[in-house]
Ligand binder design. Structure first.
Ligand SMILES: Cc1cc2nc3c(=O)[nH]c(=O)nc-3n(C[C@H](O)[C@H](O)[C@H](O)COP(=O)(O)O)c2cc1C
Length: 166
């Protein structure tokens, strides 16, 4: 299907999986990054934000289990890194290591976020909607920061992106 609804702002969503080892009981942590075009604010009061994630994505179960995620609004100049996170699955690799995007801890939730992001939303899921081959996760924004102004990244088609004038 042609993306007639593009350009859309492309974001990175960060998430975390925690699994206790069956034998030692030691906690194993796996952090991941997924690229998304499908996301939007859905309420001012309370401040709610929604993301749509394909049910087959590795990140889908991580987010469903942890019930938290961070929306990272990325600068235009990091388009290659953003594309990389949307072309490979975190099931078999560490996308932080692969892309060189710097990991930092979220302020209010147990989740990683990206240092190079221009702005972030830390989100706790309050509801989810089965939407065909995607799940729409509706979340309460528990912390938000605009770290700096800068040109945002917008997806046009395939590997192509554009940005705004300012
Ligand atoms: C520009 C771009 C936008 C994307 N938008 C979405 C999206 O909105 N929802 C989604 O489920 N996948 C989207 N994807 C696909 C996922 O990012 C991709 O399948 C990714 O490899 C999944 O990573 P994971 O397996 O580690 O979860 C997009 C990919 C790209 C390149």
């Amino acid at each position: 299907m042609l993306p007639i609804f593009n350009p859309r702002q492309t974001i990175l969503v960060t998430c975390r999986e925690k699994i206790a080892d069956k034998f030692t009981g030691r906690e194993h942590i796996k952090d991941n990054i997924i690229t998304l075009d499908w996301h939007m604010p859905v309420s001012f009061q309370p401040f709610l934000y929604a993301i749509a994630i394909g049910k087959k994505r590795f990140s889908h179960n991580l987010i469903k289990e942890s019930m938290v995620f961070v929306v990272n609004f990325m600068p235009y100049h990091l388009e290659e890194e953003v594309l990389d996170c949307g072309r490979h699955s975190g099931a078999h690799m560490d996308k932080f290591e692969k892309t060189g995007l710097a990991k930092e801890e979220a302020d209010r939730i147990d989740c990683p976020r990206i240092r190079q992001a221009l702005a972030i939303l830390e989100c706790e899921i309050i509801n989810s909607i089965d939407a065909g081959d995607h799940t729409v996760f509706i979340s309460k924004v528990v912390h938000s920061e605009e770290k700096e102004k800068g040109k945002r990244l917008f997806h046009t088609e395939g590997d192509e992106f554009t940005t705004t004038k300012e």
